[in-house]
Design a protein around this ligand. Structure first.
Ligand code: DC
Length: 222
Protein backbone atom coordinates (compact mmCIF):
# COMPACT_ATOMS: atom_id res chain seq x y z
CA UNK A 1 0.00 0.00 0.00
CA UNK A 2 1.19 3.53 -0.78
CA UNK A 3 2.06 5.52 2.35
CA UNK A 4 -0.45 8.22 3.22
CA UNK A 5 0.79 11.67 2.19
CA UNK A 6 -1.04 14.82 3.26
CA UNK A 7 0.04 18.16 1.78
CA UNK A 8 -0.60 21.30 3.83
CA UNK A 9 0.54 24.43 2.03
CA UNK A 10 0.01 28.11 2.71
CA UNK A 11 1.69 31.42 3.55
CA UNK A 12 3.64 32.20 6.71
CA UNK A 13 1.99 32.29 10.13
CA UNK A 14 -1.25 30.79 8.94
CA UNK A 15 -1.15 28.09 11.63
CA UNK A 16 0.26 25.35 9.40
CA UNK A 17 2.66 23.93 11.97
CA UNK A 18 0.16 23.55 14.79
CA UNK A 19 -2.52 22.19 12.47
CA UNK A 20 -0.15 19.81 10.64
CA UNK A 21 1.26 18.43 13.86
CA UNK A 22 -2.19 17.68 15.20
CA UNK A 23 -3.44 16.20 11.93
CA UNK A 24 -0.36 13.94 11.87
CA UNK A 25 -1.04 12.82 15.42
CA UNK A 26 -4.69 12.08 14.60
CA UNK A 27 -3.67 10.01 11.56
CA UNK A 28 -0.73 8.29 13.26
CA UNK A 29 1.85 9.40 10.68
CA UNK A 30 4.91 11.70 10.99
CA UNK A 31 4.71 15.47 10.73
CA UNK A 32 7.36 16.78 8.34
CA UNK A 33 8.07 20.52 8.57
CA UNK A 34 9.72 21.38 5.25
CA UNK A 35 10.06 25.07 6.20
CA UNK A 36 12.46 24.01 8.96
CA UNK A 37 14.76 22.57 6.26
CA UNK A 38 14.90 25.89 4.36
CA UNK A 39 15.48 27.62 7.68
CA UNK A 40 18.43 25.29 8.35
CA UNK A 41 20.04 26.31 5.06
CA UNK A 42 19.38 29.92 6.11
CA UNK A 43 21.24 29.31 9.39
CA UNK A 44 24.15 27.64 7.58
CA UNK A 45 24.45 30.55 5.14
CA UNK A 46 24.30 33.22 7.85
CA UNK A 47 26.89 31.38 9.94
CA UNK A 48 29.28 31.20 7.02
CA UNK A 49 28.67 34.78 5.96
CA UNK A 50 27.21 33.70 2.61
CA UNK A 51 24.84 36.18 1.00
CA UNK A 52 21.42 34.45 1.13
CA UNK A 53 20.74 35.48 -2.47
CA UNK A 54 24.06 34.27 -3.87
CA UNK A 55 23.02 31.27 -6.02
CA UNK A 56 26.53 30.04 -6.75
CA UNK A 57 27.73 29.91 -3.16
CA UNK A 58 24.43 28.51 -1.92
CA UNK A 59 24.59 25.71 -4.47
CA UNK A 60 28.03 24.83 -3.14
CA UNK A 61 26.75 25.11 0.45
CA UNK A 62 23.81 22.68 -0.04
CA UNK A 63 26.10 20.18 -1.73
CA UNK A 64 28.19 19.79 1.44
CA UNK A 65 25.91 20.37 4.45
CA UNK A 66 23.77 17.63 5.94
CA UNK A 67 20.20 18.50 6.84
CA UNK A 68 18.07 16.10 8.81
CA UNK A 69 14.53 16.57 10.08
CA UNK A 70 13.49 14.29 12.95
CA UNK A 71 9.71 14.12 13.28
CA UNK A 72 8.16 13.95 16.73
CA UNK A 73 6.00 15.84 19.21
CA UNK A 74 8.67 18.49 19.05
CA UNK A 75 10.20 17.99 15.61
CA UNK A 76 13.95 18.61 15.52
CA UNK A 77 16.10 20.00 12.73
CA UNK A 78 19.75 19.05 12.55
CA UNK A 79 22.50 20.80 10.62
CA UNK A 80 25.56 18.55 10.25
CA UNK A 81 24.29 16.62 13.26
CA UNK A 82 23.81 19.69 15.47
CA UNK A 83 20.30 20.36 16.77
CA UNK A 84 19.66 23.94 15.65
CA UNK A 85 15.90 23.88 16.38
CA UNK A 86 16.05 26.73 18.94
CA UNK A 87 17.78 29.01 16.41
CA UNK A 88 15.49 28.84 13.40
CA UNK A 89 12.45 30.96 14.32
CA UNK A 90 13.98 34.43 14.50
CA UNK A 91 12.90 37.17 12.04
CA UNK A 92 16.44 37.16 10.57
CA UNK A 93 16.33 33.43 9.79
CA UNK A 94 12.74 33.70 8.47
CA UNK A 95 13.93 36.15 5.82
CA UNK A 96 17.12 34.16 5.15
CA UNK A 97 15.00 31.02 4.60
CA UNK A 98 12.73 32.84 2.20
CA UNK A 99 15.77 34.12 0.26
CA UNK A 100 17.55 30.76 -0.02
CA UNK A 101 14.29 29.02 -0.95
CA UNK A 102 14.21 30.96 -4.21
CA UNK A 103 17.44 29.28 -5.37
CA UNK A 104 16.68 26.25 -7.63
CA UNK A 105 19.68 24.19 -6.43
CA UNK A 106 18.53 24.58 -2.82
CA UNK A 107 14.99 23.54 -3.72
CA UNK A 108 16.17 20.51 -5.73
CA UNK A 109 18.20 19.19 -2.85
CA UNK A 110 15.53 19.72 -0.18
CA UNK A 111 12.66 18.46 -2.35
CA UNK A 112 14.61 15.22 -2.87
CA UNK A 113 15.06 14.84 0.87
CA UNK A 114 11.35 15.50 1.48
CA UNK A 115 10.30 12.95 -1.14
CA UNK A 116 12.59 10.31 0.36
CA UNK A 117 11.16 10.91 3.83
CA UNK A 118 7.56 10.87 2.63
CA UNK A 119 8.00 7.70 0.57
CA UNK A 120 9.61 5.92 3.48
CA UNK A 121 7.04 6.63 6.18
CA UNK A 122 4.21 8.72 4.74
CA UNK A 123 3.51 11.94 6.53
CA UNK A 124 1.78 15.25 6.85
CA UNK A 125 4.13 17.57 4.98
CA UNK A 126 3.70 21.29 5.48
CA UNK A 127 5.25 23.88 3.21
CA UNK A 128 4.64 26.00 0.14
CA UNK A 129 4.94 23.53 -2.76
CA UNK A 130 4.04 20.14 -1.30
CA UNK A 131 0.92 19.60 -3.39
CA UNK A 132 2.29 21.32 -6.48
CA UNK A 133 5.87 19.95 -6.62
CA UNK A 134 6.89 17.56 -3.86
CA UNK A 135 3.90 15.16 -3.93
CA UNK A 136 1.62 16.42 -6.72
CA UNK A 137 0.06 12.93 -6.97
CA UNK A 138 -1.44 12.90 -3.47
CA UNK A 139 -5.20 13.42 -3.42
CA UNK A 140 -4.96 15.00 0.05
CA UNK A 141 -4.03 18.65 -0.50
CA UNK A 142 -5.00 21.55 1.73
CA UNK A 143 -4.21 25.21 1.31
CA UNK A 144 -4.56 27.30 4.47
CA UNK A 145 -5.08 31.04 4.20
CA UNK A 146 -5.84 33.85 6.67
CA UNK A 147 -5.99 37.62 6.43
CA UNK A 148 -2.50 39.22 6.70
CA UNK A 149 -3.46 41.10 9.90
CA UNK A 150 -4.56 37.85 11.54
CA UNK A 151 -1.32 36.12 10.50
CA UNK A 152 0.82 39.00 11.76
CA UNK A 153 -1.02 38.86 15.11
CA UNK A 154 -0.33 35.12 15.35
CA UNK A 155 3.37 35.55 14.54
CA UNK A 156 3.62 38.48 16.96
CA UNK A 157 2.16 36.42 19.80
CA UNK A 158 4.41 33.50 18.91
CA UNK A 159 7.53 35.71 19.01
CA UNK A 160 6.53 37.21 22.36
CA UNK A 161 5.84 33.77 23.79
CA UNK A 162 9.39 32.78 22.84
CA UNK A 163 10.73 35.85 24.61
CA UNK A 164 11.71 37.60 21.35
CA UNK A 165 10.83 41.30 21.44
CA UNK A 166 8.75 42.44 18.48
CA UNK A 167 6.62 45.29 17.23
CA UNK A 168 3.31 44.42 15.57
CA UNK A 169 3.70 46.88 12.67
CA UNK A 170 7.14 45.48 11.83
CA UNK A 171 5.87 41.90 12.03
CA UNK A 172 3.02 42.76 9.65
CA UNK A 173 5.42 44.41 7.17
CA UNK A 174 7.77 41.39 7.31
CA UNK A 175 4.89 38.95 6.88
CA UNK A 176 3.68 40.76 3.76
CA UNK A 177 7.22 41.06 2.35
CA UNK A 178 8.04 37.37 2.84
CA UNK A 179 4.73 36.18 1.35
CA UNK A 180 5.21 38.44 -1.63
CA UNK A 181 8.70 37.04 -2.16
CA UNK A 182 7.53 33.41 -1.72
CA UNK A 183 4.62 33.94 -4.11
CA UNK A 184 6.50 35.67 -6.90
CA UNK A 185 9.75 33.64 -7.15
CA UNK A 186 10.09 31.78 -10.44
CA UNK A 187 10.85 28.30 -9.03
CA UNK A 188 7.83 26.72 -7.30
CA UNK A 189 6.07 29.86 -6.08
CA UNK A 190 3.48 29.55 -3.31
CA UNK A 191 0.29 28.67 -5.18
CA UNK A 192 -2.54 26.18 -5.36
CA UNK A 193 -4.91 24.80 -7.97
CA UNK A 194 -8.31 23.16 -8.14
CA UNK A 195 -6.94 19.91 -6.70
CA UNK A 196 -6.64 21.62 -3.28
CA UNK A 197 -9.19 22.15 -0.54
CA UNK A 198 -8.79 25.79 0.53
CA UNK A 199 -9.46 26.68 4.18
CA UNK A 200 -9.59 30.28 5.39
CA UNK A 201 -8.51 29.94 9.02
CA UNK A 202 -8.98 33.62 9.98
CA UNK A 203 -12.10 32.97 12.00
CA UNK A 204 -11.63 29.28 12.80
CA UNK A 205 -10.20 27.73 15.95
CA UNK A 206 -7.31 25.32 15.61
CA UNK A 207 -9.70 22.48 16.57
CA UNK A 208 -12.00 23.42 13.70
CA UNK A 209 -9.11 23.48 11.21
CA UNK A 210 -7.82 20.08 12.35
CA UNK A 211 -11.30 18.55 12.30
CA UNK A 212 -12.01 19.86 8.79
CA UNK A 213 -8.77 18.34 7.44
CA UNK A 214 -9.06 14.99 9.22
CA UNK A 215 -12.75 14.65 8.25
CA UNK A 216 -11.96 15.34 4.60
CA UNK A 217 -9.17 12.74 4.57
CA UNK A 218 -11.26 10.12 6.37
CA UNK A 219 -14.18 10.74 4.03
CA UNK A 220 -12.02 10.22 0.96
CA UNK A 221 -10.21 7.14 2.28
CA UNK A 222 -13.29 5.42 3.77
O1 DC B 1 6.98 27.59 6.70
P1 DC B 1 8.16 28.50 7.14
O2 DC B 1 7.75 29.91 7.48
O3 DC B 1 8.94 27.87 8.26
O4 DC B 1 9.15 28.57 5.86
C1 DC B 1 10.30 29.36 5.82
C2 DC B 1 10.58 29.77 4.38
O5 DC B 1 10.96 28.62 3.63
C3 DC B 1 9.42 30.40 3.65
O6 DC B 1 9.48 31.82 3.69
C4 DC B 1 9.53 29.88 2.24
C5 DC B 1 10.38 28.66 2.33
N1 DC B 1 9.69 27.41 2.06
C6 DC B 1 9.56 27.01 0.76
O7 DC B 1 9.94 27.74 -0.14
N2 DC B 1 9.01 25.80 0.46
C7 DC B 1 8.56 24.99 1.43
N3 DC B 1 8.04 23.80 1.11
C8 DC B 1 8.66 25.40 2.79
C9 DC B 1 9.21 26.62 3.08
Amino acid sequence: MQPLIVAIDGPSSVGKTTASRRVARALGIPHIDTGAMYRAIGVAAVREGIDTRDAEHLEELVSRVQIEFIPGERGRILLNGEDISPLIRTPEISMAASNVSAIPAVRRSLVRLQQEMGRRSGGVLEGRDIGTKVFPETPHKFFLTARPEVRAQRRYRELLSRGTSAELGTVLAETIKRDDQDSTRSDSPLSYDESYTVLDTSDLTIDEVVRAIVNAIEASTA
